[in-house]
Design a protein around this ligand. Sequence first.
Ligand SMILES: [Zn+2]
Ligand SMILES: [Zn+2]
Length: 311
Amino acid sequence: MGKASESQGAGAVTRVKFWGVRGSVPTPGPGTLHYGGNTSCVEVRAGDQILILDAGTGLRLLGRQLASEFNGQPLDLTLLLTHTHWDHIQGLPFFLPVHQPHNHLRILGYEGARMGLDNVLTNQMESPFFPIGLREVAGNVQIEELKDLSFTVGAVRVQAWFANHPGICAGYRLFAPGGSLAFFPDNESHSGHSHSADAPKAGSAAAQDFARSEDAKLANFLRGADMLIMDAQYSREEYQQHIGWGHGCLDEVVALAIQAEVKRLFLFHHDPDHDDATIDRMVEHARRLVMERKSTLQVEAAREGGTVELP
Ligand SMILES: [Zn+2]
Ligand SMILES: [Zn+2]
């Protein structure tokens, strides 16, 4: 089975690597060299498992790395998709391991809009869009639409929670040897704007109660995570112009992480218009908020190529 290399062993260390940290659309250029311009993709090596969180354009670089590292040995990979917006699936056609016959890729996710996950992923590779269909690639690709909110991938226990984002979008918490991490690349607080069909009419007292209750449930879901990777696309000022877009406001994300007693927060889904200097300023702002709250939360911005070891 294609697994992490011997040196990873089945020990207690879980290694997380960022391959794409940008939101919405890839943003190459001199202003994004430090944090990177590829969209959502994170690799998690836990025990003998290789899990991939999202298939944004960063997935292409991960594919090249896996192909050279495993050099012909079969790979057995699990891809967890949060949702099927372009910035979370566009790397899949360019993922080298699916074009090699000895590899197996299991894709797990929840319903893709009205058409089902399988159709959405297959459609993006149909002939007007791409020359090779997902059904015709050389590798073995298996798409499974999830029904349950908890499942396991090898020794990793996974729990899902629906994010507050237009359409169906999941976030995941992975309980791996050595620690746990949570991944919410696209999420807005309910107190900002509720995307749920169950939400009472906006502006009513019932809507406020609903929002408070939903936000508290998310804090419980994240409680005590060693690492939280979360959508913090907008500053507080920018958020006022983007209420209802489905993305996070930095100040609220920091408050949530403190409330949930998370250990390390990684700002993620960087805005395409934010250059490296802007993201640096957002990190400084977040750290000031943490100091004011006398919290021990550590805040960083996710950076393409950056690695984190748990615990
Ligand atoms: Zn996104
Ligand atoms: Zn999205």
